[in-house]
Design a protein around this ligand. Structure first.
Ligand code: SF4
Ligand code: SF4
Length: 382
């Protein structure tokens, strides 16, 4: 069986997504494991209330096609996610409406309406041994992780692994940023969640990706890719390569490598499909400075100190573009460090308390918050 499958999907028309889904699943053994009566949860990326054409969320056309394939096999299918913000019927209902999720019910699936929380104990976790997650995942005999390929201010890229952070109820997410302010630990926490939930499949909507100021304020970029794997980390390793990201720049990949969940390079993977067909040479990425984060980890003191210095120098910061800021206060309300205030109708960041989680950048509805490279990093990385 292949580790990762790549296939072309040129647009979101019904016939195209149906044939692409068949092609991407077949080398992974298809859906023969789905039995009548099985409860399958599709964990989509529904980060916020943006329309599908903004390329921030998993496209409803792909979700509907998968729902039809699963229900034809007799499965009971629930589609859900916990967006950033309140995890209740009113807020998530607004997200369902904006992202086109109502089509999922017409296709025979159900949208999650259970907004309960469940506690988890996970002694095997590397950094996250106790956490709270969205209860609807308990309904699942199998989880299919259906993510969107985008840039991300903190993690450089969001794809398979990062999508499972959506298992944490929306209003609690800032707390997790506060618990894991170091991007390395945040990535290790995400890998813990992936290992706990063990999605049966990860499918990547890379038809129209997001480049630039992602994961919500960037620019849609047509790539024409549908990818799948049994491992969110292996498919992420390949997708990072397609976007021109080094493994070291994506902390979730480094955290997966630490645990032996991925090899060093994609050359060690069995990939079905031609990688070169999907490489985007001029993909507009976010310069996160993450490439220096894991330098010196676990080695001698001098090396660790050098790593810490480099991480500090190359760490990026959130920055308000004043002309675009409308003073709505979304960033102030979501900031886990409570370090943003609104002054004279504009957001102002008190930098000394900032933990660089980039929640403000992720959820600014006007794309007025961006990831800013320090002047030292700009000079040194020229
Ligand atoms: S969320 Fe964006 S537009 Fe609203 S106050 Fe913050 S920076 Fe300004
Ligand atoms: S200012 Fe932005 S990046 Fe800094 S802690 Fe607040 S939300 Fe996170």
């Amino acid at each position: 069986m292949s580790d990762v499958v790549l296939t072309s999907c040129v647009d979101y028309s019904t016939s195209e997504v149906e044939s692409a889904l068949e092609r991407v699943l077949e080398p992974l053994g298809g859906l023969d494991w789905v039995k009548p009566g099985m409860r399958i949860v599709i964990k989509a990326n529904l980060v916020t209330f943006l329309k599908p054409e903004r390329a921030a969320t998993t496209h409803p056309s792909l979700l509907c096609a998968l729902v039809r394939m699963l229900t034809q096999r007799g499965a009971d299918v629930v589609v859900g996610d916990s967006p950033g913000g309140l995890y209740n019927a009113a807020f998530v209902g607004k997200v369902y409406q904006a992202t086109g999720m109502e089509q999922v019910e017409q296709a025979g699936g159900r949208l999650n309406r259970d907004f309960g929380h469940s506690p988890a104990e996970y002694p095997e976790g590397k950094v996250c041994r106790k956490f709270t997650y969205t209860s609807y995942l308990d309904q699942a005999d199998a989880i299919i992780n259906f993510c969107k390929l985008k840039t991300h201010g903190m993690m450089a890229m969001t794809c398979g692994a990062k999508n499972m952070f959506g298992a944490i109820p929306g209003a609690m997410k800032p707390e997790y940023h506060f618990r894991y302010p170091d991007p390395r630990d945040f990535a290790r926490m995400i890998v813990d969640l992936d290992e706990y939930f063990k999605p049966r499949l990860t499918i990547v909507d890379g038809v129209t990706c997001m480049e630039g100021n992602g994961p919500t304020g960037g620019t849609p970029r047509h790539v024409g890719l549908l990818a799948a794997s049994e491992s969110p980390h292996k498919v992420d390793l390949v997708c990072a390569k397609l976007l021109g990201l080094e493994r070291a720049e994506v902390p979730t990949l480094e955290a997966a490598l630490e645990r032996g969940l991925i090899p060093q390079t994609i050359e060690e993977l069995d990939i079905h499909g031609n990688v070169q067909d999907f490489v985007v040479p001029d993909f507009q990425r976010i310069e996160t400075g993450n490439g220096h984060l894991f330098e010196g980890d676990g080695k001698k003191l001098s090396s660790r100190l050098r790593g810490a210095f480099m991480a500090k120098v190359f760490s990026q910061k959130p920055k308000v573009i004043r002309r675009d800021c409308v003073g709505c206060g979304v960033c102030r309300d979501i900031c886990p460090a409570k370090t943003i205030r609104i002054e004279k109708g504009k957001a102002v960041i008190e930098r000394k308390n900032c933990i660089r989680c980039f929640c403000c950048q992720e959820f600014c509805p006007k794309s007025a918050m961006v990831v800013h490279r320090t002047w030292v990093a700009r000079i040194l990385e020229k």
